[in-house]
Design a protein around this ligand. Sequence first.
Ligand code: ZN
Length: 290
Amino acid sequence: MINARGVRPRIGVIGGSGLYDLDMLDDVESIELDTPYGSPSGSITIGTLRGTRLAFLPRHGLGHRLSPSEVPARANIYALCELGVRRVFAISAVGGLAERYAPGTLVVPDQIVDRTKGLRPATFFGGGVVAHVSMADPFCQRQREHLIAAAKSAGHTDVIDGATYCCIEGPQFSTRAESHLYRSWGLDIIGMTAVPEAALAREAQLCYAGLALVTDYDCWHENEETVTADMVAQTMRRNVRAAREVLEEAVATLDPSGDCECRHALTGAVLTDPTLIAPDRPDSPGPPSC
Ligand SMILES: [Zn+2]
């Protein structure tokens, strides 16, 4: 049998609240990495899932020690790229802002509204280099379709295709007035981590799709309990089994070698005169070269 160790993982999984490890991996190794943007959330587990090598990173660190505002998203994306990852599945716990997003529902969002407070480093550029990537469609459409098909194959036929993810700063949950406001805007689910992770994945020219697992109804629902951390944790434990089933199917059937427009996201995006870009910029190392 060929030892899978040494094969570069092309697929990355970022685990959210409740998903801190993937217990179905073989040939597991744990890697500590440092990046020009600091250390990622924790050690990265590389393992084999049904013949495919993948890298797993728990977004909030082992033991859930990093708040959403503290997640080192630049280091996380950079580290996954360095390992060879080209496609990322991002798992997250969210609240439902409409009746159809009931606890236990699986959602593959297609849009994001940023309600964070601008405190999170959100670009690999700056420091003399200006780039504007398109975020019109913040998730990789091909990978979204793949994830939806995988969820259905895994028996989760009621997976919801498309939703607008409202990303708040946290760590507190919304006020009731905010929750009603987001609903009035037509936003569908609410979480704390898609920003700036999705934008950084785009700047790194990765394919990135999210699997959101609904744990609660936030605080707008008149007939349901207002969200608490304990409620999120309890429902997430049940949701984690579903997330693992979907991931197993998604990873086993994904061809990580194919081209995608995400791989060319930086084409034409840098507006800075190239003759003015210093080759060595220790204060602004730029995006990873995946
Ligand atoms: Zn893509």
